[in-house]
Ligand binder design. Structure first.
Ligand code: FES
Length: 645
């Protein structure tokens, strides 16, 4: 027989094929995942495979030789133009000459796994909504009257198996010129979602790279990651301040701005969209591409940021019952949001969970996948509000707790944002009560030789959120503050650093200009913030009927900077095995990237969000009770009798 046995790795799929069959054709018939943009024309190089004879024994082949055709002219041309790694062949032109084991390297698979970054819990499998397809389109013929689009559709069906693709009007408008300019060879971008396949862009030449943006619209900063939609790689990242800050520092002041200034929402919508277009231009320039090469964008953000981005008046979110205009995920065109990307670019906005648990929290869930685990996890994203998720694959609860901005250094006498010069680490000697600390931008501790010179350029300017947490925890462990949060004035007998201010006391952390002190007011502000956070977590635990969590994950910028042990010393989070307390980094941004690169993940999070039970902290009397108990350090246990003392 002239049939040869072909085995593909790593999938293990196998079949017999006539000698002379192109490897890509055999792969397709076996359902083996091999990428291609040019459709087997030897142009894109995405279809590369490796002949791996070493695998023979494992796969039970008898023949000792694996055979492929000699290099074709097409391969030689591709290799001389674009280069190819040793041992690689273009599967669209290499044909089978005898039994063979063929390895499909990860970079040749459409559904490849994206290289995982540190702190990422889930592997991202590529499955982008928008893909490129090179087409050879039949030329118009008097005897077969048909429109150009119909012939493009026929080519998509015949060459790519994509049936019934619709097309944007913008595409139809430029299609004829593109076809004629390209000699009836064009590249189209096809976007596919529940509505079916749709041609969203056309180029009169061969294209093999398009890009997507994953954007986290925070109330303070907007962060963007530009990703290659073929490899999934992040090719550029950048962040900017949210320009809405000029309308109001925090979320509620922005809602107030809308309430007091009719049309204020439109000003903020325009401001944020403009900032996003600028950010897109910035990351595109960094990656050496044009903003017009960006075909997709995925957005996450809290409900108010979500509404303002979409151009929805957020007034209803300013007060109970905090009704969202729409919580469901949104699929739209970038042009509807006035974003300066490719005119056919598509936008996907993750669903919001509730009136103040937004699409950013949905993205955290997508990245941390508590809904797949048996372990009961508490996931906290700490910002001006703390968004809290608790549960496992059986039940998942969500709530938001009004922590206020203290954790971000606001409302703290010497507080500041986490920036160079801010104290971020603190230790206090239990005997001498002398402190040492580290500031952002300097590797030395304050008591190490050379510290003064090392910080000369930056200075010690204040204390940031993680610094204040450590300072308070260390003060508590040194006996400088009591369980009820009072700075203990009697310790003034042991250290000059305790000073009286009226009827309260403060601790001098750094005697410089400015002096950095921890005042009674600072302790109170953190007690309120951490009390709210802890009470929210406890409330969800009550609902779930548990009194201990198995894992705690801190997400967000603050969450990734604080030391989990200090968070537990102060009682920000419920007790848990310290080995099971970790930080997730920017989990919301990661979730946005997952949704950008994998359309199946969009359906997944939409389904999860529908099943999440939303708990409204404001209407639960238990919340107040827990809050009072949680003011103590680390926290009192119900029924909070200790506090009565
Ligand atoms: Fe494009 Fe083989 S499929 S080079």
């Amino acid at each position: 027989t002239s049939d040869a046995l072909l085995v593909f790795t790593p999938s293990g799929r196998r079949g017999r094929f006539p000698v002379g069959t192109p490897i890509l054709t055999a792969a397709r018939s076996l359902g083996v995942d091999i990428d291609s943009v040019c459709g087997g024309r030897g142009i894109c190089g995405r279809c590369q495979v490796v002949l791996s004879e070493g695998e023979f024994a494992k796969h039970g082949l008898t023949s000792r030789a694996g055979h492929l055709s000699p290099w074709s002219a097409v391969e030689e041309r591709y290799r001389s133009k674009r280069g190819m790694k040793a041992g690689r062949r273009l599967s669209c032109t290499a044909t089978l000459q005898g039994d063979a084991v063929i390895d499909v390297p990860a970079d040749s698979q459409v559904h490849k796994q994206v290289v995982r970054k540190r702190a990422e819990v889930r592997a991202i499998e590529m499955n982008p909504a928008t893909r490129l397809h090179y087409l050879e389109v039949e030329e118009p013929d008097m005897h077969k009257p048909q429109g150009d689009l119909e012939r493009v559709q026929a080519a998509l069906a015949a060459q790519w198996g994509i049936e019934g693709a619709a097309a944007d009007l913008d595409v139809i408008r430029v299609l004829q010129a593109a076809l004629r300019k390209g000699g009836f060879r064009i590249t189209v971008a096809v976007h596919e979602d529940r509505a079916g396949p749709r041609i969203v862009a056309v180029w009169p030449d061969f294209r093999d790279r398009i890009y997507g943006l994953a954007i986290d619209v925070g109330s303070t900063t907007i962060a963007a990651h530009l990703c290659d939609l073929a490899s999934g790689e992040v090719v550029a990242s950048a962040g900017v301040m949210n320009p809405q800050i000029r309308f109001g520092e925090d979320l509620m002041s922005r809602v107030s701005y809308v309430l007091m200034n009719p049309g204020g929402d439109r000003e903020m919508t325009a401001a944020v969209r403009e900032a996003i277009s600028d950010l897109a231009a910035e990351v595109a320039a960094e990656a050496g591409i044009a903003p017009g090469d960006i075909l997709e964008a995925v957005f996450v953000g809290n409900p108010i940021m979500h509404h303002l981005l979409l151009g929805i008046d957020p007034s209803e979110l300013g007060g109970a019952p905090f009704a969202l205009a729409a919580g469901t995920a949104q699929s739209l065109r970038a042009s509807e949001l006035d974003l300066k990307l490719h005119p056919g670019a598509r936008v996907y906005v993750l669903p919001c969970i509730a009136g103040h648990v937004g699409a950013d929290t949905a993205a955290v869930a997508l990245s941390e996948t508590p809904y797949l685990s048996d372990e009961i996890a508490l996931i906290v994203d700490v910002g001006t509000n703390a968004e809290i998720l608790l549960g496992n694959r059986h039940r998942l609860l969500a709530a938001s707790s009004p922590t206020g901005p203290a954790f971000e250094g606001a409302q703290i006498s010497c507080g500041q944002r986490a920036a160079p010069g801010a104290i971020e680490r603190v230790r206090i000697d239990r005997e001498t009560l002398e402190p040492r600390f580290k500031v952002i931008g300097c590797d030395l501790w304050s008591n190490e030789p050379g510290f003064a010179q090392a910080v000369a350029g930056i200075g010690v300017t204040g204390i940031c959120g993680s610094g204040i947490i450590e300072a308070l925890a260390e003060m508590y462990l040194s006996g400088l503050i009591r369980a009820d949060g009072i700075v203990d004035g009697t310790k003034g007998a042991r250290t000059h650093r305790i000073a009286g201010e009226g009827r309260t006391f403060s601790y001098l952390l750094h005697d410089g200009d400015p002096a950095v002190r921890i005042t009674q007011g600072d302790v109170r502000a953190i007690q309120l913030a951490k009390g709210a956070l802890y009470a929210g977590a406890r409330l969800l635990m009550d609902h779930l009927g548990i009194d201990r969590v198995e894992r705690v994950t801190l997400a967000g910028a603050f969450g990734s900077h604080i030391d989990p042990v200090y968070a537990m010393v102060l009682g920000l989070i419920p007790d848990c095995d310290p080995a099971k307390v970790g930080s997730a980094g920017n989990a919301a941004g990661t979730g946005a990237r997952i949704a950008l690169l994998n359309t199946a993940a969009r359906a997944e999070i939409e389904d999860v969000v529908r099943r999440i039970e939303k708990i409204e902290t404001a209407v639960e009397p238990k919340f107040q009770e827990h809050f009072v108990g949680a003011m103590a350090i680390p926290h009192a246990t119900a029924p909070y009798t200790e506090l009565a003392k």
